[in-house]
Design a protein around this ligand. Structure first.
Ligand SMILES: NC(=O)c1ccc[n+]([C@@H]2O[C@H](COP(=O)([O-])OP(=O)(O)OC[C@H]3O[C@@H](n4cnc5c(N)ncnc54)[C@H](OP(=O)(O)O)[C@@H]3O)[C@@H](O)[C@H]2O)c1
Length: 98
């Protein structure tokens, strides 16, 4: 498998596009740090689907609008994975662009 043994962090993988990316990476063998903001149940559902696909990972919660919280994501990733191979910065910040 293409990403066998690789560690990936996908921000905003509780739902939407991030969830799709996380599942595709897991299908190809990657372990996934499933990041979410408020929807822990949705993040847990993503992680369970990852496990059904034969991979594994963990949940990490943070508001990516705040630098300290982003730092905390990477601290948790370092503690759980050691090394990070793939980082997908997908989460929307909620900033109003229009
Ligand atoms: N969908 C589109 O048509 C489209 C088009 C162009 C670009 N994009 C970009 O693609 C990315 C994903 O879009 P999507 O439609 O899949 O988004 P979505 O379904 O709204 O999902 C947003 C994800 O980001 C998380 N999130 C929201 N606010 C957050 C915050 N303050 N801190 C950390 N995480 C936060 C959510 O976590 P919770 O579940 O915990 O709330 C969720 O996992 C976004 O960056 C979006 O701007 C999307």
């Amino acid at each position: 498998m293409l990403f066998q043994g690789k560690n990936a962090l996908v921000t905003g993988s509780s739902r939407g596009i991030g969830r799709g990316i996380a599942l595709k990476l897991a299908e190809k063998g990657a372990r996934i740090a499933v990041h979410y903001y408020r929807n822990r149940d949705a993040a847990q559902a993503t992680l369970e689907k990852i496990q059904e696909l034969g991979s594994n990972g963990f949940l990490v919660q943070a508001d990516v609008c705040w630098p300290d919280e982003v730092s905390r994501i990477f601290q948790q990733v370092r503690s759980e994975f050691g090394l990070l191979d793939i980082f997908v910065s997908n989460a929307r910040t909620g900033a109003d662009l229009l």
